[in-house]
Design a protein around this ligand. Sequence first.
Ligand code: GTP
Ligand code: MG
Length: 387
Amino acid sequence: MGSSESKVHVIYEDTTDKDIKREIRKEQEEAQNKQRQEKIKQENLEAEFKKVDLKRNKLREYTFGEYNHIESFEGLDVLEFQQPGAIKIGVFGPAGAGKSSFIYTCERIINEINRGTADVKTEGGEGTIRLMDYLYGDWHYKLVDTRGFGTYGISELAAFSNILFGNVTVGNEVDFNSDARPAEVGEEGDVFNWIHSVVFVVSAKDPRIKQLETSLNPMRKYLRPRGIGTITVITHRDQVDESEIEDIKTSVSAATGSAINHTFFVTNYTGDILSQPPRPDIEGITCDVLTAALIMGERYIRIAMRKQQREAGSGEAQTIKTVNSLFESLREKFPIPEHKLLVIERELEIAGIYNAPDLKEAWTEVTERIEISKPMQKYISSVLSAN
Ligand SMILES: Nc1nc2c(ncn2[C@@H]2O[C@H](COP(=O)(O)OP(=O)(O)OP(=O)(O)O)[C@@H](O)[C@H]2O)c(=O)[nH]1
Ligand SMILES: [Mg+2]
């Protein structure tokens, strides 16, 4: 072998120590990362709870008239609404939809108690039969739990209307088989005893959800001419896929007649999760529902009291003109294409304005916020001043 052949020296370095150190560093970094993420998660959760607390406190300190310009109630005796439990939020919907669970959830949030008192259906149980009110406290509103709809026939419509106008008193059974008829215009009595805000509750898992638009037709037809706007709560969000949410919302909002921004998708607190810590997602949205219901309630009380004031002045029953019928009379007078008015009607609905008195009162604000051409503004204000 030639001398050109050189020996290769392989030096073995003991890297065990280095590897261990690297491993330790990696573990430390991972632990720090995890800690940082936990901290961010905790901070986010605290921020969410702070937001919920603001909403909750606002609801606990709420006094009647706060959500509308108080001047818009001028000349109306609203003093009796400024006391605990005065504004009644009625909770209606199909049997087993989650009405009582929604109330139970509200009780947990507003009253901050660990166990709500609402009568939630248990396995094999019968569900709610009697009209009951909940949410006792200093708050100026309460929630009224009702019996679930099943047949949507005339007797259920009659019971619905009699609850709305205070003819079924708390503690009494809701009779779905009586031959009573729905309360007619002029038969409604004292506004103070009415239900002032209607919340429809529908389960996203209701097997009859597709038929609901037809089933609820009589209720929608009853509410519309009376100028009663509604809020909708879709329950069981925990049991549907995120991708289905928008479609369900659209079809349920068409069924109940609530505007899309008055349609809320919720998960209720139910028996199983009671022992779990409070959830800001559940609490935030539930507070939003109650706030929307109070806004609608105030408006309804205002138009109902104004209507009764006019009736007392004129000595005859008056009907409330809806935005839809107002626009129909506009089209009879002027050659306006229907679609142009439909767009405005939809915008007004989103703003929670369903009837002529509301539109009249909010008119300046409406012209500032909704795009309506000058000639169209003139047409609308001409029919408004005639109403
Ligand atoms: N997973 C889940 N279950 C719910 C939700 N809301 C209600 N439930 C369950 O649905 C069932 C019916 O709920 P209730 O609150 O009694 O329904 P209801 O509308 O008051 O029923 P009736 O009084 O019979 O008309 C109960 O077993 C609840 O635990 C929800 O958001 N998610
Ligand atoms: Mg119930």
